[in-house]
Write a protein that binds this ligand. Structure first.
Ligand code: PEP
Ligand code: MN
Length: 346
């Protein structure tokens, strides 16, 4: 159950509702909200009697039963799309937002050239890993703090917002100082200590789907972040492990549409990790636009053949610019479909 309190509900009214929830045998799981207090009641009890009692309680706006295990992020709880705002862009509304940049921040010249190039081609957000989760301990692990400093420099020079990966709950503050969006990578989608810490972070979170995770598990991870206080989450489909070896991962394009049915959170597609192959990225990007994703995250490197990570799937600046040009007619249709989908003005 989710109980939304009226704007301006008093502390006593909120405490009364929490007490009643507990009397019915439920646990008060979390209280959150920017404008109003929203209370989650989880567990087993007499739902109908509890709802009836709470609906009549002073200060309560609404009390609804949410059948899905992910409550705050479900469409049942909030039918209208959540708009996640970052400096210079908004995801989940009428704008298709492209995030682009290298897999890893490697040096100043590389990140500056990437930032300037992707900005010129129309990206709104610069991506670049400073802390890198690598399969081999002998591979490049990222520049860490030095990488964060270079991202800050690139943002200053181009005005682009920055998205970068966070791997550990101990790093939240220092990454959040620089990042406009904190990225949780596929390998950390179920790092619950990290998810809880990000619930306390004031910045938006980009949550990537684990390579062997179901859509439901992705939504449960988003629920962790929301239940701990941060509702600003962008979900990302980045391909999953299957028997198929022709691509690095199998792009589960349907997941974008499935997620839009199940959750109000914005959903983007990562055609780079989903394919692992530069030549396939533009086609998957078009598929992302066509299926109604809210944006893309694309790996772009000024010299892909010299990249310290994920060179094979990175576009050159010229290839990225061409892809952005080629996406334009599709984006026209995307915008038209969004305005049809939007509710008519009152
Ligand atoms: C990345 O974005 O560079 C990355 C490591 O992605 P994923 O977590 O999806 O593998
Ligand atoms: Mn990568």
């Amino acid at each position: 159950m989710i109980i939304s309190m009226k704007k301006g509900a008093t502390k006593e009214q909120i405490e009364h509702v929490c007490r009643r929830i507990q009397e019915f045998g439920y646990k008060v799981h979390s209280i959150q909200g920017e404008e109003r207090v929203v209370i989650g009641a989880v567990g087993v009890g007499d739902v109908t009697a509890c709802l009836e009692s709470l609906e009549a309680a002073p200060g309560v706006e609404s009390a609804v039963r949410i059948s899905s295990p992910y409550k705050f992020v479900s469409r049942e709880f909030k039918p209208e799309p959540t708009r996640v705002r970052v400096d210079g862009a908004e995801l989940g509304g009428g704008e298709f937002v492209v995030m682009a940049g290298p897999c890893s921040v490697e040096n100043e010249k590389q990140i500056m050239a990437a930032a300037e190039g992707v900005a010129r081609a129309g990206a709104k957000i610069l991506r670049g890993g400073a802390f890198k989760p690598r399969t081999s301990p002998y591979d490049f692990q990222g520049l860490e703090l030095e990488g964060l400093k270079l991202l800050a420099k690139a943002r200053q020079a181009t005005g682009l917002a920055v998205v970068t990966e966070i791997m550990s709950d101990g790093d939240v503050n220092r990454v959040a100082e620089v990042a406009d969006i904190l990225q949780v990578g596929a390998r950390n989608m179920q790092n619950f200590a990290l998810l809880k810490a990000l619930g306390k972070c004031p910045k938006p979170i980009l949550l990537k789907r684990g390579m062997s995770s179901t859509v439901k598990e992705l939504l449960m991870s988003a629920e962790y972040i929301t239940a701990h206080g941060n509702p600003n989450i962008i979900l990302c489909e980045r391909g999953i492990r299957t028997f198929e070896t022709a691509t690095r991962n199998t792009c589960d394009i349907a997941a974008v549409a499935v997620l839009h049915e199940l959750t109000h959170l914005p959903v983007i597609l990562d055609p780079s990790h989903a394919s692992g192959k530069r030549s396939l990225v533009p086609a998957l990007a078009r598929a992302g636009v066509a299926i109604g994703a809210d944006g893309l995250i694309v790996e772009v490197h000024p010299e892909p053949e010299k990249a310290l990570s994920d060179g094979a799937q990175s576009l050159s600046l010229a290839e990225f610019s061409r892809m952005m040009e080629e996406l334009k007619p599709y984006l026209g249709l995307w915008k038209a479909s969004r305005s049809v989908a939007a509710p008519a003005p009152a």
